[in-house]
Design a protein around this ligand. Structure first.
Ligand code: MCA
Ligand code: AMP
Length: 515
C-alpha cells in the first residue's frame, strides 16, 4: 500500500488489530463521548472521502476556522490522508483578517463555523473558493455543519493518498515584522520527526492521558499535544478550552498537561489545585512564551512538580527542551532536542559566537520548515547560507549547555501565548482619522505575561479619543490583538537616527496594565 509519511508514521501501527482499534484516543468530558483509535481511522476516512468529493486534490490547501472539537482533529487527519495541506486559522480572526489568508493561500475550500457562513459567502465566491461548515457535534443528531453531515453518509474506508517526507502537510500563518502574515510551510517529515522526538525525550507511552486545553489552530495544541499523543498511542481528555475549574475537575484522570505560562499562573490562583490533586501526575510542560522563574518555583512549592519548559516556533516546531531526567532549570529552555543543531550567532554577520555570549538563536534540523508560502525572498532572508534558520530570538548558552532566551530581536508581543506583531496594529491605527503616527508596545500583564498598549500621536489640531479608537478597530482585528489601552501623546521618543525608542515607551508604561 502507498505510504502517507505523516499519517502512517503517526498511526500505521495502531490501526491493524482489533485490539489496537479499540484503544482509547479521546474522552470528551463535555458530552461524555469516547473516541477510539478505530474511530480515528473511520471518521478521518469519512471526512477524507467528503474532501475528495468536494474536489480536494493532493497539494490543495484546506483552510479551516472552526471551534475546537474532536471532529476538527479528524478533519486535520482527513486533509493529511487526502494528500492535501491543512491550514488552521485562529477562531478569533475577523473576516477582514481571513480575507488576507484566503487570498494569499488560495485554498480549494474554506471550512468555517456554521454560524459564520453568511460572513464568508461573498468573499469565498469572489475568490472561487468552496465554502463548507463544521461545528461541535454535541449530540450527533442535530446538524454540525456540511462536512460532518456529508461524513455521515460517506464510507469509512479511504485509500490514503501517498505522500513523501518533503511534501507539505500544513501551512500555519505567523505574523511578520512588516505587518503581513507569512505562511510557514511544514512538511510531513517536519511534523513526524518532531512528534517522535518528543515522545522519546518526554517518555510518552500508550498509558499516558493528556489533559488537552489548548487551542488547536497553533503548533502547540495541534502538533505538539495531538501528534505526540497519536504517535505514542496514548489518549486525550479533550476540553473545549482552558479553565482552571475544568482542569481541577479532570486532572485526576490525566497523567500530563501541556500549557502556556498563563495556564500555570491561573492554576496557582486556584486553591483547589494542590499537591494532593496532582500527586499522580507524570509531567507538566510549558512553552510558547517565557515561564517566569518565579512561577516555576511557586509551582514546585505548591505541587512538588517541576514544570518542564521547552522552546519552539511555528516555523521550527520544538527546538529545545529541559531534560525529563536531570535538572529542569528555571529561566532556561533546556538543551537542543536530538537532531536539532542550535547556535548563537552575531545578528549582523551571522558568525557563531563563543559559548556564554549573547546573540541570535539559529537552528537547523529535520524540524525546520520548508519556507514561507509564495515568499521566496522572505524565506531567503531568514536563512543563513549554510541552512540555519534565524529565529529572531536572542539567547545565550550557559556553561552546562542550557539555552536561555533573554529577549527578541523581532518586534513581537506574546500575550497569553498568542503572538502579536506591533506593525500590524500600527498600520491599522495610522489609518484612523486624526492619527499622525503610532507605536505599539508590550508591557507586563499579570495574567497574559505581556499586554498590548498603543501610543498614538494626533495630527495637528486633531483630538483623539481612546474609546472611539478602540471601537473603530474592533471589527478589523482579532480581540486578543486589540490594545488594552490607547495613550495619546504629543510626540514619540526617537533616537538620532529617527527610530522610535520603544524601550523608553515600555519603561514609561511598564505598570499601566498591572492591576
Ligand atoms: C483571550 N483574550 C486575550 C487572550 N486570550 N487577550 C490577549 N491575549 C490572549 N492570549 C481576550 C479575550 O478575548 C477576552 O476579551 C479577554 O482577553 C479575557 O479573556 P479570558 O476569558 O480571560 O481568556 P481565555 O479565553 O481564558 O483565554 C486565555 C488563554 C488563551 C487560555 C490563555 O489565550 C489560550 O488558550 N492561549 C494559548 C495560546 C496558544 O496555544 N499558543 C501557542 C502558539 P474580552 O475582554 O473582550 O472579553 S504556538 C507557539 O507559540 C510556539 C510554536 C510554541 O512554542 O508553542
Ligand atoms: P510562534 O510564532 O507563535 O510560533 O511563536 C514563537 C515564539 O514564541 C518564539 O520565537 C519565542 O519568541 C517564543 N517562545 C516559545 N517558547 C518559548 C519559551 N519557552 N520561552 C520564551 N519564549 C518562547
Amino acid at each position: 500500500m502507498a505510504e502517507n509519511y505523516l499519517f502512517d508514521g503517526l498511526l500505521g501501527d495502531k490501526l491493524g488489530s482489533s485490539q489496537n482499534r479499540n484503544a482509547l484516543f479521546a474522552t470528551l468530558p463535555g458530552d461524555g463521548r469516547r473516541f477510539t483509535y478505530g474511530d480515528v481511522e473511520d471518521v478521518s476516512g469519512r471526512f477524507a472521502n467528503v474532501l475528495l468529493g468536494l474536489g480536494v486534490r493532493p497539494g490543495d490547501r484546506v483552510a479551516v476556522q472552526v471551534p475546537k472539537s474532536i471532529e476538527a482533529i479528524m478533519l486535520y487527519l482527513a486533509v493529511v490522508r487526502a494528500g492535501a495541506v491543512f491550514l488552521p486559522l485562529n477562531t478569533g480572526y475577523t473576516p477582514a483578517e481571513i480575507e488576507y489568508f484566503l487570498g494569499n493561500a488560495t485554498p480549494r475550500i474554506f471550512v468555517c463555523d456554521p454560524g459564520k457562513r453568511a460572513d464568508y459567502e461573498a468573499l469565498t465566491e469572489s475568490l472561487g473558493i468552496g465554502l463548507e461548515t463544521m461545528g461541535v457535534w454535541q449530540d450527533h443528531e442535530t446538524s454540525a455543519g456540511s462536512i460532518p453531515d456529508a461524513g455521515l453518509a460517506a464510507p469509512t474506508a479511504f485509500d490514503t493518498v501517498a505522500r513523501a517526507e518533503d511534501d507539505l502537510a500544513a501551512i500555519l500563518y505567523t505574523s511578520g515584522t512588516t505587518g503581513r502574515s507569512k505562511g510557514a510551510m511544514l512538511t510531513h517529515a517536519n511534523l513526524l520527526s518532531n512528534a517522535q522526538t518528543l515522545v522519546d525525550v518526554w517518555h510518552f507511552t500508550s498509558d499516558d492521558v493528556l489533559l488537552h486545553a489548548l487551542p488547536i489552530f497553533h503548533t502547540h495544541g495541534l502538533f505538539v499535544a495531538t501528534n505526540v499523543i497519536l504517535s505514542a498511542g496514548a489518549s486525550l481528555i479533550f476540553l473545549p478550552g482552558f479553565s482552571a475549574e475544568a482542569i481541577v475537575a479532570n486532572i485526576s484522570d490525566a497523567t500530563c498537561l501541556m500549557g502556556v505560562p498563563t495556564f500555570y499562573t491561573r492554576l496557582l490562583d486556584e486553591p483547589a489545585f494542590n499537591r494532593d490533586l496532582v500527586r499522580h501526575m507524570r509531567l507538566f510542560v510549558s512553552g510558547s512564551a517565557p515561564l517566569l522563574a518565579e512561577t516555576h518555583v511557586q509551582f514546585e512549592g505548591r505541587t512538588g512538580h517541576r514544570i518542564l519548559e521547552r522552546y519552539g516556533m511555528t516555523e521550527t516546531n520544538m527546538n529545545t527542551s529541559n531534560p525529563y531526567d536531570g535538572e529542569r532549570r528555571a529561566g532556561t529552555v533546556g538543551f537542543p532536542l536530538p537532531g536539532v543543531k542550535l547556535r548563537i550567532a552575531d545578528a549582523e554577520t551571522g558568525k557563531p559566537l563563543p559559548q556564554g555570549e549573547i546573540g541570535i538563536i539559529e537552528v537547523k534540523g529535520p524540524n525546520v520548515f520548508a519556507g514561507y508560502w509564495e515568499m521566496p525572498e522572505k524565506t531567503k532572508e531568514e536563512f543563513r547560507d549554510d541552512g540555519f534558520f534565524i529565529t529572531g530570538d536572542v539567547g545565550v548558552v550557559d556553561a552546562d549547555g542550557y539555552v536561555q532566551i533573554v529577549g527578541r530581536s523581532k518586534d513581537l508581543i506574546i500575550s497569553g501565548g498568542y503572538n502579536i506583531y506591533p506593525k500590524e496594529l500600527e498600520l491599522l491605527l495610522d489609518e484612523e482619522d486624526g492619527v499622525l503616527e503610532s507605536a505599539v508596545i508590550g508591557v507586563p500583564h499579570a495574567d497574559f505575561g505581556e499586554g498590548v498598549v498603543a501610543v498614538v500621536v494626533p495630527k495637528p489640531g486633531a483630538r483623539l479619543d481612546e474609546a472611539a479608537i478602540l471601537e473603530n478597530i474592533k471589527p478589523r482585528i482579532a480581540r486578543f490583538k486589540q490594545p488594552r489601552r490607547v495613550i495619546v501623546v504629543d510626540e514619540l521618543p526617537r533616537n538620532t537616527m529617527g527610530k522610535v525608542q520603544k524601550n523608553l515607551l515600555r519603561d514609561v508604561y511598564k505598570t499601566l496594565l498591572e492591576s
